[in-house]
Unconditional design. Sequence first.
Length: 539
Amino acid sequence: MIFTNVEFWIFFGVVLAVFSLIHPHRTARNAFLFLVSLFFYFKTGGFFFVLLIFSTLVDYAIGFGIHGSERKGVRLFFLVLSIVVNLLLLGYFKYTYFFVEVAQDYFDPSATYYNHFNSVVNDITGSNLTVDKLVPPVGISFFTFQTISYAVDVYKRKIEPVRNILDFGFYVSFFPQLVAGPIVRASEFIPQIYQPFRLTQREMGIAMWWILKGLVKKLFIADYIAVNFVDRVFADPGAYTGFENVMGLYGYSLQVYCDFAGYTDIAIGVALLMGFRLPINFNSPYKARSVGEFWKRWHISLSTWLKDYLYIPLGGSRSASFLTYVFFAILPILVLLLFGWEIWLEVLITFVLLASTLIFLSIRFPKVRKELFTSANLMITMTLGGFWHGASWLFIIWGALNGIGLVAYKLWRKISPWEGRKEWFWQIWTIFLTFNFITFTRIWFRGQSQEDVLEWFNQVWYEFRWDLIPEILSSYQWVFMVMYIGFVLHWFPSKWKEELRTLWLDSHMAVKLAVSVVAIFVIYQTISSDLQAFIYFQF
């Protein structure tokens, strides 16, 4: 059940009809939304809905354990328990197959994977789910992060524990943002579940605006260029010229933005129609003038979550923590796993020399020590953020590359004579550089294997085929036209977009409804194949 399916809008219409009758009764409203959210997740993720219930029950109880004790040690124990349980849940259902593959490649070729959860479901239901493959539960990365944030916020006394289990279940499972975010902080959302329903006519117009924007991004742009070009190129990079591979990468950069931002736009609009305010998750990220600014504009709920719950606890820009040292202690092992044990001596020598140099600089120059700690914590945060996206070395590399980009920019801006310049041509140049760096890193984000990544580079380097560019542009003219429209709309000045939204909001409701009907009809006419699932469902 995805937002672009007609079935979802029938489901939402029924939910909204019942909601309109019971919303004055808070307990009934929250219980109803909890139950329909469980149903939504069951239709989307199957029997994995029991994991959602398990996570809900565990953190509901842990919240009372944290709040009920004045002893810091006891409160810390319950907080750690929440983190460990949620990360074990996430690790088992998302990363077990990855670790089995590592064991097969480097330690024990006879190691096998067995999906115990699917086996139990088969025994109970008589179904025939595969037991030798891992298909991660939809949205598990999102709802486990939400429950962790709840435990942390209770521990920090930002919120009181939720008394009613149905209210807490509603917070964890609220269906608009359940399977692909935005990640909702407990301190931001839980107070809303106790407030009476309110929705002004202007807010209703805003909700419709969000939903229409999301459908345009997803169906008109993301799905069209994916089905007709991007997916074909990445399915077999060697069958396409280097120019097509480059354009496929630019197309994917647009696709992944329109796909994910389209989902969260719809989620924000749907939630707002029921009176709940979700946080903005994207802010024109390809307008960023640096990698640091990009990550303040892209997947904002995850970026801020990683900053508040990982980067700062690691020590942030102040110092290193125990976990910082642990990570760098295992770094040589990670390098050996990635590149092979044959180079163990080279890795050991390099690591010893690097560690000795860093220790010397840290002792001799206190300011350098602070920069090293900050850079180390940034690298750890981004590398783990990459691993959060998927159980693959490619995602780890992608996260590490973004970490390198953040560290490089952080150091460069301290010495750059051009930092802070406001001329229009300089703004365009910095946006151009940032966009191309972010797009370049997505080779590892989109590639299915390291072989695919190498094949992409091979085609670009040896088979670019400048002579075929006019023919390629002609063959894919509609795809490139949609890409052009997508990028132009994205880079529109914010002031123009705000004026367009104001014009929409100031229009009569009859005009809004008429425009919505026509827009939806036109959007669905562009669909040339089966509806595509949202990319971030896999994360």
